[in-house]
Ligand binder design. Structure first.
Ligand SMILES: [Mg+2]
Length: 204
């Protein structure tokens, strides 16, 4: 597909919410290894708020901006802050009601840039950034002009990045205190973010 419409994007978001809901318990169990075990509920609540706001959208910039602000205002916690920052950052580069491949790449790059203002975590720290950074790099580096293929490259990179967190030691935030105990389990945030990217690609 050569252009992404508002309706395509809403279908992507709805598919992400559906898949995230299906795996809510798994995300919480992974979070319980090195945290408080609330990530499943946190990501479902945040994504539900995002999807509810998106339904009212009629053009990309305002829709993404409203999605980001609403989730940050309505849902507390780091999951909401990071997802909100992602969609707010995506709103920075877009305009209109249809995006071509170049605009889609710029939109995801804008999302990552804004998340990087919220967290100093990088690749290898065993956080959601181990899914998000490779996903956006793969999207930007894809030489396809087909938006589904571009998002499939992002999804694969996010899933590979998440798989790599299994062997990592938590290196960021409170999870750092669990040290060796975190090895052997995927990071909960990387798991939910890669689930989102996989659902985005699948929906198209
Ligand atoms: Mg937690």
């Amino acid at each position: 597909m050569k252009t992404l419409t508002i309706d395509n994007f809403k279908i992507m978001l709805n598919n992400a919410l559906r898949h995230i809901k299906e795996r809510e318990e798994e995300f919480s169990k992974l979070d319980a290894v090195i945290g408080d075990g609330d990530h499943g509920q946190a990501i479902v609540t945040a994504m539900s708020a995002i999807v509810a706001t998106a339904q009212k959208g009629t053009e990309f910039k305002a829709m993404l901006n409203d999605m980001g602000f609403d989730v940050m205002l309505q849902v507390s916690g780091s999951t909401s802050t990071l997802l909100g920052a992602f969609f707010l950052g995506m709103s920075d580069t877009v305009s209109g009601t249809e995006l071509d491949a170049v605009a889609v790449k710029a939109m995801f790059a804008g999302g990552l840039a804004n998340v990087q203002k919220q967290t100093k975590a990088g690749k290898g720290d065993k956080t959601m950034m181990d899914a998000l950074i490779p996903a956006v790099e793969a999207i930007e580096n894809s030489d396809s002009a087909d938006i589904k293929e571009i998002l499939e490259a992002g999804a694969k990179a996010a899933l590979d990045g998440t798989a790599a967190t299994v062997d990592m030691k938590a290196n960021f935030g409170r999870a750092r205190n669990y040290g060796e105990r975190s090895i052997g389990y995927a990071d909960s945030g990387a798991s939910s973010w890669s689930c989102m990217f996989a659902a985005f690609a699948e929906a198209l």
